[in-house]
Design a protein around this ligand. Structure first.
Ligand SMILES: Cc1ncc(COP(=O)(O)O)c(C=O)c1O
Length: 398
């Protein structure tokens, strides 16, 4: 699913990754070389949790410019956003506990929950406005939920974002329920606002929001550097990181600390966001031209994921075939039941549009159109459709 190229060399739209050409490799390489020379001790000392203070200071200073106060002494470095979330889950839940998640949501998160033997209640999520807070409120009142995981900025796969008012309300709801919010802000740096969109953490007055993010999506996938701002759970997060993998590579933390402190990251993000607006539009135009009539497409305010909802009767999971050039993330992997969103797919639009990519999208479109008009397939897949576009769908627990 994460490979940008399918095994046969055909084009895959499954991955949530950017075109490598976008990243500022030259700058990062130069920083790595000069810091290794100037601070050889970063290569020779043992790295322990919570990580390099200069890195945490740079993160806090960057967020302060974005309008969100983070305490450097509450940040723990992690190996990507996924480790950050996994450690948060271990800090605040026990096997068998119930966790509320968006629906649809990132399949890696569902796997992490399953791996930790956690139960899931799926909260309907809107392609534009994010998690339904009315539904969440009912669930928190009636079910023994021990934590909420949400991406109020650019949820994966829908790309919806909550308004500021809803981010504030979300924090109010978890405060009232006295449970933590694990905020997955992995795509937050792409959220287009005059400056970077605020996370829900900006409204956290009681330390119940555990903000998780990384530089995997936006800057340096190979660094695998992420972090948690753990609020009142910080000590436990720090200890669990230590017990899991001791620490993170300080030389890489130092490179990113320096890049952030120079303002380079924010300048890079501004350019990247502008390019991605055009790129999303290019993909959307091709999809609108060549996918079946009645197809609906998300319109995220940032990032490089598009959610496509095909007319009922097309089961995207049955049509996946890497060898035949049909490679994408089928809708079913974004629900815990593995049954929802069968008529949907997520398309990664992180790679620059080329004639080959356009041809691959057209090929996909022809396959979906042919499937719709084939009576056998239609009969097999009837009534499998579900929607995250428009009004929120039904609530489900797994
Ligand atoms: C919503 C979401 N959260 C977390 C992650 C994991 O991020 P990382 O690669 O930094 O561990 C991903 C990766 O695809 C993601 O899409």
């Amino acid at each position: 699913m994460l490979q940008p190229t399918a095994p046969t060399g055909s084009i895959s739209f499954a991955a949530g990754t950017l075109d490598p050409e976008f990243f500022p490799y030259r700058t990062l390489r130069q920083l790595l070389a000069s810091i290794s020379r100037r601070k050889p001790q970063l290569l020779s000392t043992y790295a322990l949790s919570p990580g390099l203070r200069a890195f945490h200071n740079s993160i806090a200073a960057t967020y302060a410019r974005w309008g969100c106060t983070l305490r450097p002494d509450e940040i723990v470095t992690a190996a990507g956003c996924m480790e950050a979330i996994t450690i948060c889950l271990r800090a605040v839940t026990h096997p068998g506990d119930l966790v509320a998640v968006e629906s649809p949501t990132f399949f890696g998160l569902l796997q992490a929950l399953e791996y930790q033997h956690l139960k899931v209640v799926e909260i309907p999520t809107h392609s534009e406005h994010g998690m339904s807070l009315d539904a969440l409120e009912v669930v928190l009142r009636t079910m023994p939920v021990k934590a909420v995981i949400a991406s109020p900025n650019l949820n994966n796969p829908l790309g919806g974002s909550m308004s500021l008012e809803n981010k504030r309300r979300l924090v109010g709801l978890i405060d009232t329920a006295d449970i933590p919010l694990i905020e997955d802000d992995g795509y937050g740096d792409f959220a287009e606002a005059p400056v970077r969109a605020l996370p829900a953490k900006a409204f956290d007055r009681h330390g119940r929001v555990m903000l998780c993010s990384s530089f995997t999506k936006s800057l340096a996938p190979g660094f695998r550097l992420g972090w948690v701002s753990g609020g009142r759970y910080h000590n436990r997060v720090e200890l669990l990181k230590m017990m899991t993998s001791m620490g993170s590579p300080p030389i890489l933390e130092s490179v990113l600390a320096t890049y952030l402190a120079s303002g380079g990251y924010e300048r890079f993000l501004r350019r990247l966001r502008a390019r991605l607006v055009e790129q999303r539009q290019e993909y959307a135009d091709v999809i609108s031209d060549c996918f079946p009539e009645g197809t609906r497409l998300s319109s995220p305010a940032g990032g490089y994921l598009l959610w496509v909802e095909l007319p009922d009767g097309v089961a995207t999971d049955l049509l996946m075939d890497h060898a035949a050039g049909r490679s994408y993330a089928p809708g079913v992997v974004f629900s815990a039941s593995g049954r929802e969103f069968r008529n949907c797919l997520r398309i990664g639009v992180g790679r620059k549009m080329t004639p080959d990519i356009m041809a691959a999208l057209q090929h996909l479109g022809r396959t979906f159109i042919a499937t719709r008009t084939s009576p056998a397939t239609t009969a097999m897949t009837e009534s499998t459709g579900s929607s995250a576009m428009g009004p929120a769908g039904a609530l489900s627990q797994t």
